[in-house]
Ligand binder design. Structure first.
Ligand code: ADE
Ligand code: ZN
Length: 333
């Protein structure tokens, strides 16, 4: 079987996906029309053409502007539903999905609007094809820790639908240390903990995320290679890294895909996974990320097998459920 067919047919988990980063240009266009919002684009093609970024911040400016078309419960349902339908097409059987409450509460849209939309779409996908989904509430790190505390408190009616808390947005100048109290509170409440670290920011932010936030997983983390002691710690503790190849290329963390260090990380026995981050902005969903690794770095079937098994191993599923999927993956080889 050609590797691209194997990539599409294998059952996979996606662990690093921002739901707001899965907003398709066509849906953005339709929702802007529905709510009579003026976009700075004259067509869907112009929206797509605008997705050229110099760095993380230039992307985030476009990403938050795009999210402004999401106003009512049905908009959030459609956003989640479209991504879950993509999962079905791509054989993503389990997804751990981040959402940015403050990107909405900051515009006067409450949890009571977006959470019911998300929850209804997830329930339907679970019901219709047995997809499994967990939600990760992510704090925006360019805002204050006090605002993160408010965001966590506002989520209280929905705690049972949320698996973990995370940390995203502008990395440089906003170290994990800034959020250590709110992460301690989240852990006390029983949430799992993840954080973006070492994407654009220094490897020291990965240390901080481990020691000050107590993370279960690091999002990105590619800059760990600058520090051999950190690589040893990640290996010993098997702290997963949710790596996003197309994102790293689009945000100029790397110059070309041939330079991506994902397989260096894998060779060092780190628990690396492949993810799409913000697929509509970065040019591809999960299978495309695997395909570019094959095209640019000659990923072979055994490396694919390891990465896909890791996606389940690094997830927040129950152990028996992880094993069930890892056995299914192994059966393909
Ligand atoms: N929010 C959405 N995508 C992000 C990324 N790649 N890094 C930080 N914050 C984000
Ligand atoms: Zn991300």
């Amino acid at each position: 079987m050609p590797l691209s067919s194997l990539i599409s047919s294998l059952p996979k988990a996606e662990l690093h996906l921002h739901i707001e980063g899965s907003l398709e240009p066509q849906l953005m266009w339709d929702l802007a029309k529905k709510h009579a919002i003026r976009l700075p684009y004259a067509s869907v093609a112009q929206i797509e053409a605008a997705y050229q970024f110099a760095d993380l911040q230039s992307f985030l400016d476009v990403y938050y502007a795009g999210a402004s078309v999401l106003l009512d419960e049905d908009d959030f349902f459609k956003l989640m539903w479209s991504y879950l339908c993509r999962c079905r097409e791509q054989n993503i059987v389990h997804a751990e999905i981040m959402f940015d409450p403050q990107a909405h509460t900051g515009r006067g849209i409450s949890y009571q609007t977006f959470m019911p939309g998300f929850i209804k779409a997830i329930a339907r996908a679970e019901d219709e094809w047995g997809m499994s989904v967990k939600l990760i509430l992510s704090f925006l790190r360019h805002l204050s820790e006090e605002e993160a505390f408010t965001t966590l408190a506002q989520a209280k009616p929905y705690y049972r639908f949320i698996e973990a808390v995370g940390l995203d947005s502008s990395e440089k100048g906003h170290p994990p240390a800034k959020f250590k109290n709110v992460f301690a509170r989240a852990r006390q409440l029983g949430f799992k903990v993840v954080a973006h670290a070492g994407e654009e920011g220094p490897s020291d932010y990965i240390w901080q995320a481990i020691h000050l936030l107590g993370v279960d997983r690091i999002d990105h983390g590619v800059r760990c290679l600058e520090d051999p002691a950190l690589v040893s710690l990640l290996r010993e503790r098997q702290i997963p890294l949710t790596v996003c190849p197309l994102s790293n290329l689009k945000l100029k963390v790397i110059k070309d895909m041939g330079q991506h260090t994902l397989f260096t990380l894998l060779e060092q026995d780190l628990l690396v996974t492949v993810n799409s981050d913000d697929p509509t902005y970065f040019g591809g969903y999960l299978n495309k990320n695997f395909n570019v690794l094959h095209e640019a770095l000659n990923m072979d079937a055994q490396q694919l097998r390891k990465l896909v098994s890791n996606s389940f191993k690094a997830s927040f599923m129950e152990d028996a459920q992880k094993q069930h999927w890892i056995d299914k993956v192994n059966a393909y080889f």
